[in-house]
Design a protein around this ligand. Structure first.
Ligand SMILES: [Zn+2]
Length: 320
């Protein structure tokens, strides 16, 4: 069976996010789709999976709501639903950077995937910033991109304060993320701080892979569902990262089986067996180690730790 995974966002104001969320959730529950949707005063951000028919009905529903007629969807196919359940929540920010007053209206210039590729083809005086977390850029990124060593999107303002001295204000800046939403806010911040020629990849890595074949992208694209990584550049599928246990090329992730550690790290199947799902010998000896199940180990989002729900980790530990 082939399913579809959709990714979308729309910064369109929602007056009563609570009420909107309630109605939205009911619609999705009736439709029986799975995934994760955040709703806030600034708009909606979601990723869902289901059959093509279900996705079609969802898109039509969202397009029918005032203010959301122009919502763009990124669509991928997969042979399993990569979510365990449906989460629909109200959030202050639909993508959290913890900075007030970043209105995407004042963001960078959009580059279509083609325009983006043409800059790489023809120009050489620009910087590229990967607006994703370190564990995402580790398994795949654009050539010569600056890859900030941060674990959360909300660490980016702090990183920019540091990087401010290194990127001249008159430099042409290109930035990208998975589907485009993080650039919508980060580009506003860069413009506010004085960079002028700020450009963002419209539709993100996922759209670029589809429309331009992923040229200049190395490795794979990290996604926040059970698939973990998806291919981007059909010409180069070689991992750019290495298994932390065996040292061999790998681009699959697991969470350390020691719940007190829970580190997300690049690990091959071979490495996972050697260390029984742990990141190091010390964790392997821990009393908080959960039993190693090779099938679940490579689905960290399904079973052990949801990056979007920090309380999950605590609950997991309390159960012990
Ligand atoms: Zn560990």
């Amino acid at each position: 069976m082939i399913y579809e995974v959709i990714l979308y966002y729309n910064f369109s104001p929602i007056e009563d996010p609570k009420e909107f969320c309630k109605t939205h959730k009911t619609f999705m529950q009736n439709l029986q789709v799975k995934g994760r949707v955040y709703i806030g005063e600034e708009g909606i951000n979601g990723t869902l999976a289901g059959t093509a028919q279900q996705m079609k009905e969802y898109k039509e529903y969202l397009w029918s709501l005032p203010g959301f007629e122009d919502t763009e969807f990124k669509t991928d196919e997969c042979d399993e639903i990569p979510f365990a359940k449906l989460i629909c929540k109200v959030r202050k920010e639909i993508v959290a950077i913890y900075e007030d007053g970043l209105n995407p209206k004042y963001g960078g210039n959009y580059l279509s995937p083609r325009e983006w590729r043409e800059v790489f083809d023809k120009e050489d005086d620009f910087v590229v910033i990967d607006v994703r977390n370190n564990y995402e850029s580790r398994v795949g990124h654009f050539e010569d991109a600056i890859k900030p060593d941060v674990e959360n999107f909300y660490d980016f303002p702090g990183w920019l304060n540091e990087a401010e001295k290194e990127i001249p204000k008159d430099k042409k800046v290109l930035m990208y993320c998975t589907g485009g939403i993080r650039c919508e806010k980060f580009s506003v911040l860069m413009k506010k701080k004085g960079w002028d020629d700020v450009n963002q990849l419209h539709g993100g890595i996922l759209t670029y892979g589809k429309e331009e074949g992923g040229k200049y992208f190395k490795g794979k694209c990290f996604v926040f569902d059970d698939r973990l990584v998806v291919p981007v550049n059909k010409e180069s599928l070689e991992p750019v990262s290495y298994c932390e246990i065996t040292g061999k090329p790998a681009d699959s992730y697991i969470n350390c089986a020691n719940m007190e550690c829970n580190k997300l790290f690049v690990c091959s199947e071979e490495g996972a067996h050697i260390m029984e799902g742990c990141c190091c010998e010390e964790c392997k000896e821990s009393e908080f180690r959960r039993p190693f199940d090779p099938d679940d180990a490579f689905r960290p989002f399904r079973k052990w730790y949801n990056y979007f729900d920090d309380s999950f980790k605590e609950r997991d530990l309390q159960k012990q």
